[in-house]
Design a protein around this ligand. Structure first.
Ligand code: ADP
Ligand code: ADP
Ligand code: MG
Length: 506
């Protein structure tokens, strides 16, 4: 058996690891800029398919199929992002006699359209967020709908994803221009300008249910994940179980998720996302018809390898366990480590990783896509890795995450490690009292200094000092090379101070 992985980075590594355990051979496809990444070296076969541009590489369906045929793959795993929710690709894979490790093209298509997905949920009796049933055609009728549901409202793109194409509107005066803006944005990002309205749920929690479904109509729920720590409507930290889900709510969420999956004859792994308000009312949000970034937290508490199950299901095996067999144990948390600057609005940060030291120890898992010496480029998503820990309860998991984060050293680019440490230390988070506005409500970049290796007043160990010094010298050199010195007085002062600190290590 041989699987081609139509993806890159950490998720390609993640899939290869499971394939190795199952005795399955793997094929990596990669772009030139990714040639030194671990996933290329780890796969049994690897083929370069282009320079860098996603359209020519990881989104290039024909080329990927050609490689799969040439290297005699039996199946294709799409990972997440890229082609994973592209029904045309799923169909193309099958039309070429290969197995697509994921749901049917039909289920992907139905669930890829948020309006259609809402209709399906409604039909099977699952609550949906109050809003419009069809795309907005004229402003007047849209305003009437908005008045009826009451402001604030959210304008969403029917084809949306990745947190893009959404606009909150607080008052009627802003409605018309917001609709126009949202339509343009949706057209540009998704090639589809259909937008619709949803009530903006206040104090919202993003809670999702991981399901597995086989080809024989068996659907089971593996558990829920709380994903409310978000920036730009995108998750950064996830955990399971959710601190706000009661046994009663869990049962309802599972039941709803299974109903929706069955309504589209779903097979393989999938996630049904819900928005839950402060009174624990829940509403269907959307379905992600693929493996999700945050799947490891569910694996940590259930002991189930979701990628292995995906492969078994795609090969036509019956699920080997039932709902009663799922007995989650303890608590798991995931921090997504991004090459982003938490001091500066989470702006992506590029450059060479000059030093990387990963945490380890009991119940610590690092799913990384890059290693020391690799370059973070502008071409792809800036996620470096996922740090996942398990604890017998929530507080133990938080404290283990704190330890792991403080052992984690990445230099050369800015990362979200200090931010994640700040969250783990935040009282509201520790008490489990947070919603999707957590960052907006509590986060002050100035509070990060304490958790930042370079700016905090802690001691640097001799092993990491040279790497920091190297990174600092490089950035200072870069600045000096710039003809116009754009750095502020404060910045210059910090640089001088950092240089002085470096002197102390020599
Ligand atoms: P999740 O709910 O699993 O976080 P997202 O919609 O945020 O799902 O997307 C998953 C990941 O895939 C994100 O980290 C994002 O960067 C990446 N991704 C999403 N869409 C694309 C795309 N079209 N091309 C490349 N990467 C993508
Ligand atoms: P995407 O396809 O981009 O993932 P989602 O519909 O899943 O879009 O929404 C992404 C995030 O936006 C949610 O996790 C939540 O934080 C926020 N959101 C979406 N819909 C609503 C809503 N009706 N009310 C409040 N927040 C919402
Ligand atoms: Mg979503």
């Amino acid at each position: 058996m041989r699987i081609l992985i139509a993806n890159r980075g950490e998720i390609a590594v993640r899939i290869i690891r499971t394939c190795k355990v199952l005795g399955i051979e793997t094929i990596a496809i990669y772009s030139k800029v990714d040639k030194d990444k671990p996933f290329v070296a780890m796969a049994d076969y690897a083929e370069c398919i282009g320079e860098a541009n996603p359209a020519e590489t990881y989104l290039n369906m024909e080329k990927i199929i050609d490689v799969a045929k040439k290297l005699k793959a039996d199946a294709i795993h799409p990972g997440y992002g890229f082609l994973s929710e592209n029904d045309e690709f799923a169909k193309l894979v099958q039309d070429n006699g290969l197995i697509f490790i994921g749901p049917s093209a039909d289920a992907i298509k139905k669930m890829g359209d948020k309006l259609e997905a809402r209709e399906i949920a409604k039909k099977v009796g699952v609550p949906i967020v109050p809003g419009s049933e069809s795309p907005i055609s004229d402003i007047q009728s849209a305003i009437e709908i908005a008045r009826k549901i009451g402001f604030p409202i959210l304008i969403k793109a029917a084809a949306g994803g990745g947190g893009k194409g959404m606009r909150i509107v607080h008052k009627e005066e802003d409605f018309e221009s917001a609709i126009r803006g949202a339509k343009n944005e949706a057209k540009f990002a998704f090639g589809d300008d259909r937008v619709y309205i949803e009530k903006y749920v206040e104090e919202p929690h993003h809670i999702e249910v991981q399901i597995l479904a086989d080809k024989f109509g068996n659907v089971i729920a593996l558990g829920e994940r709380e994903c409310s720590i978000q920036r730009r409507h995108q998750k950064v930290i996830e955990e399971t179980p959710s601190p706000i889900v009661t046994a009663e709510l869990r049962e309802k969420l599972f039941e709803s998720a299974i109903k929706i999956a069955k309504a589209v004859n779903y097979e393989n792994a999938g996630t049904i996302e819900f928005i839950v308000d402060k009174n624990r009312n829940f509403y269907f949000l959307e379905m992600n018809t693929r493996l999700q970034v945050e799947h490891p937290v569910t694996e940590m508490v259930t002991g189930i390898d979701i990628v292995a199950e995906q492969i078994k299901i795609a090969l036509g095996n019956k699920l080997s366990f039932s709902q009663e067999d799922i007995k989650p144990r303890g608590h798991a948390i995931e921090c997504r480590i991004y090459a982003e600057d938490p001091f500066n609005n989470f702006l992506p940060s590029t450059g060479k990783i000059t030093l990387m030291k990963e945490p380890t120890g009991p119940w610590v898992r690092v799913d990384a896509g890059i290693e020391e010496g690799n370059e973070i480029t502008i071409h792809y998503d800036p996620m470096i890795s996922k740090l996942v820990v398990w604890g017998k309860d929530r507080i133990e998991a938080i404290d283990r995450m704190k330890t792991a984060l403080s052992e984690y050293k990445i230099f050369g680019v800015k990362t979200t490690i200090p931010f994640c440490l700040w969250v783990m230390n935040n009282e509201h988070f520790r008490q489990g009292k947070y919603d999707t506005h957590f960052i907006q409500n509590y986060f002050k970049p100035s509070e990060l200094n304490e958790f930042d290796e370079i700016s905090k007043d802690g001691k640097l160990t001799p092993e990491i000092a040279p790497a920091i010094a190297f990174a600092i010298l490089n950035s200072v050199k870069k600045k000096q090379n710039q003809q116009v010195d754009k750095s502020s007085n404060a910045e210059r002062k910090i640089n001088r101070w950092k240089m002085k600190r470096y002197e102390n290590f020599r």
